[in-house]
Design a protein around this ligand. Structure first.
Ligand SMILES: O=C(O)CCC(=O)/C=C/C=C(\O)C(=O)O
Ligand SMILES: [Fe+2]
Length: 319
């Protein structure tokens, strides 16, 4: 039984609107460092906490949390498409354990996931199929949203389940930090888009998919010129968030309301609940030591881009 954690921002704009080559090189080094540490840990199971962007989860039935017992990635924004190697019986056992532990997660036997799941698997493990993975969705864009506290409790319950396994478990968190890319909101869209958000967007025609991607790319190009064209990034808040996780104080976020977080750091910042859940899962293995902290605001990716690893303190003393 051992565990390792890595959390990292994702962006659908990677490869579409990139920062200067020296910044890209810096980020590439951060990612290859994380990839090497993960390879050294040699996980037998990945538990991946990630959000969705109206590609797999819709308002016809929107859970706060969902554990996939089978999943496939759609390949949006040029990310990898295909099935994820989900160990079905283990994912079922995970969901049963979490429910018995008092956290009401949904389950999906056919989870459709997007770049939020696919990008970290590709960047950190080298592909979708490299290691058995239990995908855990945390609703981070479709209001009403779960709270920081519930995300923490979900993570702790999953961590307690993972501790019962005789496996090397890698917890991944995908998303954040401060950012607000253009994501449609049910309260503010026309009837056609509302229909998409209610579920017809699950199988988008190719031209609509392309138009949607172009809209995000154009918004990023505009954001580079004018960082008030969207909610501005908030490096101070992002660093504070990283401080809390690094020092094991994520419960201090319990009192921060969702509207308050949106106002501080943008409406997609709720993706950081995947980090909170992942760190909470790791905390079930005892006190942890965080390492390899990286942060840089990257307007080209509409992202406060962060990266942080951690491992149980007993392990960090051994290595
Ligand atoms: O419906 C849309 O157009 C959503 C666009 C989209 O998928 C944006 C995603 C942005 C991120 O994943 C992010 O910045 O975290
Ligand atoms: Fe996202």
């Amino acid at each position: 039984m051992s565990a390792y954690l890595h959390c990292q921002s994702h962006s659908p704009l990677v490869g579409h609107v990139d920062p200067l080559p020296e910044i890209l090189r810096e980020v590439d080094e951060v990612i290859s460092g994380a990839r090497a540490r993960i390879a050294h840990f040699d996980p037998e199971l990945v538990i991946l906490f990630a959000p969705d962007h109206y590609n797999g989860f819709f308002y016809d039935l929107m859970p706060s949390f969902c554990i996939g017992t089978a999943a496939h990635a759609i390949g949006d924004f040029g990310t990898l498409a295909g099935p994820l190697p989900v160990p079905k019986a283990l994912a079922e056992a995970c969901a049963e354990s979490v429910l018995a532990d008092g956290v009401d997660t949904a389950v999906s036997y056919r989870m459709q996931v997007d770049h939020g799941f696919a990008q970290p698997l590709e960047q950190l493990l080298g592909g979708l199929g490299e290691c058995p993975v239990i995908p855990v969705f945390i609703n981070s864009v479709a209001t009403p949203l779960p709270s920081f506290q519930r995300a923490r409790l979900l993570g702790e319950a999953i961590g307690r389940f993972a501790r019962t396994l005789d496996q090397r478990v890698l917890f991944l968190g995908s998303g954040g930090l401060s950012h607000q890319p253009p994501v449609p909101e049910l309260a503010h869209v026309d009837a056609r888009m509302a229909d998409r958000l209610l579920g017809s967007g699950r199988h988008l025609p190719a031209d609509e998919r392309e138009a949607r991607q172009q809209r995000v790319i154009l918004a990023a190009q505009r954001f580079i010129e004018d960082q008030h064209s969207l909610h501005p990034l908030n490096p101070d808040w992002d660093q504070h968030f990283l401080d809390l996780l690094t020092s094991g104080r994520m419960a201090e976020l319990d009192g921060l309301g969702n509207a308050e977080l949106s106002a501080l750091a943008g409406k997609s910042t709720h993706e950081v609940k995947t980090w909170v859940a992942a760190f909470a899962a790791l905390s079930a293995f005892g006190p942890y030591q965080a390492s390899d902290r990286y942060y840089r605001p990257i307007p080209e990716w509409i992202a406060g881009f962060g990266s942080l690893s951690a491992e149980p303190q007993s392990l960090s003393k051994e290595s």
